[in-house]
Design a binder for this molecule. Structure first.
Ligand code: KMH
Ligand code: ZN
Length: 284
């Protein structure tokens, strides 16, 4: 693994919003955006508060997670029509999703996609990402011109990222961007010491964001800002704003992240700045 001692903090902060996820149910979390209209409205509102990337999971007519190809393509189109956000589709889906439907997500031709670099215990479940699947997914991102964001739930995933880059070369767009997903029960803990270790192991020249699940959201956000990283927030990862107080919507999570980034004197970057940093082509 390469440690990049020359890594400098970016002068601005990329804020990714993950508004929905695959885990929470609308009945338990009424503010969760699950319809296309709710998703586009949330995306527009979060853009106004400082988000530059939207990480998207979609739901079916009953509010259940789905990887339906038509719905995914319609979602990409609607988000592009309604916002200038970078549209990043999840290829992680739900823990119950198979590998073929997860690979087929790329057929919706988003700007970007998530690409998880290893299997991880996920609460009582297993989020399966064996090497052959990771490799095939990465190869397809390169064929189709989709910019991957490498999701790292554990330090072993960083080793797999190095293996992937050694094996297949640089991603479409030419830039490596990672997201440390911390505090998943079964993955790396969401604290400053672990974040520093993970960042030191990233490939030279990579940029990174971090997100802390549940109550690790704030420690991870402060640690990421201190270490020069970027932020991912949203109701996929956090449905409680403070002890006993449910999140009212994605905007308050983005507003809080943008306010902290401003305090850190690294204000939220625009989608245009984010496209330049990540190697994502211009807004369609
Ligand atoms: N829903 C999780 C099992 C991703 O979007 O790529 C996986 C996940 C990661 O959310
Ligand atoms: Zn996700």
């Amino acid at each position: 693994m390469t440690s990049d001692s020359t890594r400098r903090p970016s002068p601005a902060t990329l804020i990714t919003v993950a508004p929905t996820g695959a885990e929470s149910e609308k009945s338990a979390v009424p503010a969760l955006p699950v319809t296309l209209d709710e998703l586009v409205t949330a995306a527009k509102d979060c853009r106004a508060c400082g988000a530059a990337v939207v990480h998207v999971h979609i739901r079916d007519g009953q509010g259940r997670p789905t990887l339906d190809g038509t719905r995914l393509a319609d979602t990409v189109q609607a988000l592009r029509a309604g916002t200038d956000l970078i549209v990043q589709l999840s290829t992680g889906g739900a823990v119950s999703d198979g590998f073929e439907p997860r690979l087929a997500v790329l057929d919706a031709l988003p700007d970007a996609c998530s690409l998880t670099c290893g299997t991880v215990n996920f609460g009582d479940e297993v989020f399966a990402n064996p090497w052959p699947f990771i490799r095939e997914l990465y190869a397809r991102t390169k064929e189709l011109g989709v910019v991957p964001e490498f999701e790292l739930f554990d330090l072993g995933h960083v080793a797999t990222l190095h293996r992937l880059l050694d094996d297949l070369g640089e991603p479409h767009g030419g830039h490596v961007h990672c997201d440390l997903v911390m505090g998943v029960p079964g993955g790396m803990p969401g604290n400053a010491a672990t974040l520093v270790q993970a960042v030191a192991a990233l490939p030279a020249g990579a940029t990174w964001s971090a997100t802390g699940i549940g109550r690790t959201a704030l420690p991870v956000m402060f640690a990421a800002l201190a270490a020069g990283g970027h932020l991912r927030v949203g109701m996929e990862d956090t449905v409680t704003f403070a002890g006993g107080r449910p999140v009212t919507g994605n905007t308050e999570l983005v507003q809080r992240a943008a306010a902290l980034a401003e305090l850190a004197q690294r204000p939220a970057m625009s989608p245009e700045q984010a496209r330049a940093m990540l190697g994502v082509a211009g807004h369609h």
